[in-house]
Design a protein around this ligand. Sequence first.
Ligand code: G6P
Length: 595
Amino acid sequence: MCGIIGYNGTAQATPFLLDGLKKLEYRGYDSAGIAVSDTDGIKTEKRKGKIDALASAVRKRNDMTGTIGIGHTRWATHGAATNSNAHPHKSGKFTIVHNGIIENHKELKEKYLRLCRFDSDTDTETVAHLINRHYSGNCLEAIAQTARLLEGSFALAILCEDEPNTIFCAKKSSPLLIGVGDEASVASDISAISRKSDSLYRMDDGEIAAIHKNKVEFYDFELNEKAKSASPFTAGNNTSEKGEYEHFMLKEIFEQPEAVRKTVEAYIGADKAELLQQIKKPTGIYIVACGSAYHAGLIGRICIEKLTKTPTSVETASEFRYSDPLIDENTSVIIISQSGETADSLAALRLAKSKGAKTIAIVNVPESSIALESDFAIYTKAGAEIAVATTKAYSAQLAALYALSIHFARIWQTADSKLLNTLEQSLEQLHENIREALCLEKQMKEIAQHMQNTQHTYFIGRGIGFAVAAEASLKLKEISYIHSEAYAAGELKHGTISLIEKGTKVFAVCTPDTPEAKIQSNIDEVAARGANVIAFTSSPNIKANTTVISTTASHPLFSASTQVIPFQLLAYYTAKLRGCDIDKPRNLAKSVTVE
Ligand code: G6P
């Protein structure tokens, strides 16, 4: 969701910026733009639609030269996806790009900018005009004065005609990283930072940076200079290629055994629990997350409650943060996030900390805000995930939650140690079970053939099966645009069953934690009303119109990890047959950095 890139070096900025925008593409966007500064001033080009459209407009102009520049991918919030709403925005000598939302932009406009002409419907343009209005020859002062007025979230990169060798940045709540070495770069995430960097700075909230060609200065919003230490920059995980795969999503689906193996290897074993020794058994646990991470949390709750006998609730972060949750120092809050930057999850973490809870992050990006701000961080080892619809990060989150439940149960002595040993052994085999589940690919391709013209589907399940159904349904709808709902199978008869008619496709997720007879009777209920039921089960006893015999994990508690695999493949092949933009579904963003 909105990506910022900036370059200040000795090479031409335009190719770097366009390449950087491509790297940020996966975050989700609907327009893009760049501005480069040269002796003849700052030149801007922006386009709605794909980066290729921007690149071809830039090529045609032939004048986007200069060794310093900024760029942006925009995911529309204030104002439609149009050329004029795309960033950069200009006011006077300033050209800016922005990630975040300025919540008080209307008040600011009313108070300070009544006479200004606005060329866009964006909140960002307000910031450009404010900086310009406060400018009397000192860029830093104009930026600091403006930053102090802004409410909401912002990561800003700013060029000023009067200081052609510097990129200015300011940050509150939205991420911004700066790489410094032979050349300097700034970006919303590490994937777009220059590989020529030696050091990496992570901007903190309330900071302004002045990025020169080979060094960077930091200030607070009062313009006190700040000493800030950098971490060494390693290109490590930065490369993401599709290789032999047509889409990142398919590649990432097949990377799941490795992601799970690495996560389990990092966290399983009594010696690995040391870090958690400090967490006393809480009176209650909240698991807080968004999207698929929330669905992983649903399964985490089942495992944690089973093994630790601690009341656990799972909340979506957007609801949790405004729900005045009952948290104190005896509560533990687990935040799950692939990106570690999801605005609602980050706000939930901060709320939990402010109330004294112990916070544990399960996170895939070690440099992320959630990883850095939590009391304890458990890293999923999924590697860079590019497809917007998560697969391998979700699977790694499940693995981390299993390991965490086992650790807690050991430390708090809430489960029999023989059971915990058995669970650990099963967990060590989980990646193999997932590998077997991937063998259902061909069958899923075939089922997808019958999905092409489907308009509505239902996924039903009980217990772990329901949590898997929720993820399976989300996966299908987000990339294939087929309307889909997940329902607790026993709850259907309280309303939703009235939507079942002849031919309605219902996927039944039958996991070994609930009695077969119960899910079978739910299958029979919808089948009796004409539904075409496709059951996924490891048991030959379940009867439906079609039964897919799926691999199960070596322990039933971990069955979500294998059951979800065929549904990811089904979503993928269905979306492919429907000609959807699989890796970048419409309206979605990988990293949702605004509320
Ligand atoms: C977006 C992504 C989802 C993800 C959710 C939470 O909606 O498309 O795949 O589950 O955000 O993101 P996080 O990075 O916090 O796990």
